[in-house]
Design a protein around this ligand. Structure first.
Ligand code: PMP
Length: 360
């Protein structure tokens, strides 16, 4: 068996240990005589799986009792609509535009009310996080929305915006569980799991209880009303059972690794190896303002499209796959999520060094 080093932005690398455990349990989950794929979501066995997953996530993030944890479907993209549907009482919200995913959420919100651009880093191809210390937030805004880690551009908020007392809603899809976070600073934190947590098909939303009400926009589908999901403990309809089961295993893996502080240390070590190399290389350059660099997604370029293509091809042949940058920006991007081992990054840098020598 030859596993590659997978630098995909998502779906992404998962801990090998988790995959092996899932393989072992494939035909018979803990003596139930069934695969988790085959069992009823209303069964006792499955109830224990989803409850334990929630408990482990609560432990990892220290989620207070007044926040609900929901396991939802539809991807982060569907949640772009759920946010205004469930929160836009005044039909007005502020958005900070730091990349494609914030832009898409912003465009979605405009369908339902007045979405106002509070700040943007579009002027420099989203290569930095704008100053968010004094934003033009007005009293009638229902919330302020951010995309906390910008998967495509490789930026991350190091401090949260000053929301002037307004509710903060954050898309953490590509930095979920990569480091500790204080949930109480947010009204809503959510993310697709297909980067740091599990197989695509699940969105985890952590929502302050008082924001889950029947007072939603007219026309909100039953499934997209948070109250429906909350009242039914994420089991209003058939959830993506197997995917949630894998998420649960990843939570346990993170706990075993020492929790989120240990994860942060591990991720900082990996990112430093790559960024240090980019800073010293004469051929490869990072594209992000240093203080805004993401620990998870590291975009870089050479000064020639031809060389970029040659690098991506030869890297893949050497077992470093999915290094092509997002189709909208080109260049390269190494996504180095929690499950990417440190040797993956060390070996990639070794390969880049050799490539630079050969092609100088
Ligand atoms: N937000 C961020 C930060 C993303 O990286 C992505 C892409 N995976 C999305 C939202 C959209 O996610 P999905 O494909 O689950 O709709």
């Amino acid at each position: 068996m030859a596993r590659v080093y997978n630098f995909s932005a998502g779906p992404a690398v998962l801990p090998e240990e988790v995959l092996k455990e899932a393989a072992d349990e494939m035909l018979d989950y803990k003596g139930s005589g069934q695969s988790v794929m085959e069992m009823s979501h209303r069964s006792k066995v499955y109830d224990a799986i989803i409850k334990e997953a929630e408990k482990d996530l609560r432990d990892l993030l220290n989620i207070p009792d007044n926040y609900k944890v929901l396991f939802l479907q539809g991807g982060a993209s569907q949640f772009f609509a759920e946010v205004p549907m469930n929160l836009m009482k005044n039909k007005k919200a502020g958005y900070i535009i730091t990349g494609q995913w914030a832009k898409k959420a912003f465009a979605e919100a405009k369908i339902y009310g007045e979405a106002v651009e509070l700040a943007s880093s579009a002027d420099k191809t989203f290569s930095y996080i704008p100053d968010c210390s004094d934003l033009p937030i007005t009293d009638d805004m229902d919330y302020v929305y951010i995309c906390e880690n910008n998967t495509i551009y490789g930026t991350k908020y190091k401090t949260l915006p000053n929301t002037k007392g307004k509710l903060l809603v954050s898309d953490v899809s590509s930095c979920f569980l990569s480091e500790p976070m204080d949930v109480t600073k947010y009204g809503v934190v959510y993310g697709g799991v297909q980067k740091n947590i599990g197989p695509a098909g699940v969105v985890i939303a952590i929502i302050r209880e008082d924001l889950i009400t029947d007072d939603v926009l007219t026309g909100t589908p039953t499934m997209l009303k948070w109250k429906t999901q909350s009242d039914n403990d994420s089991l209003y309809n058939t959830p993506p059972c197997y995917n949630i089961y894998i998420c649960g295993k990843v939570f346990k893996w993170i706990k075993k690794m020492g929790g989120l502080s240990a994860m942060k240390e591990h991720n900082e070590k990996k990112a430093k190896i790559l960024y240090d190399f980019l800073d010293e290389s004469k051929m490869f350059k990072g594209t992000v303002r240093k203080e805004d660099r993401s620990l998870m997604n590291v975009p870089f370029v050479t000064d020639s499209e031809e060389l970029n293509a040659k690098f991506i091809k030869e890297a893949a042949e050497a077992g470093f796959v999915n290094l092509k940058g997002h189709r909208t920006v080109g260049g390269m991007r190494a996504s180095i999520y929690n499950a990417m081992p440190i040797e993956g990054v060390e070996k990639l840098v070794e390969f880049m060094r050799e490539f630079e020598k050969k092609n100088a």
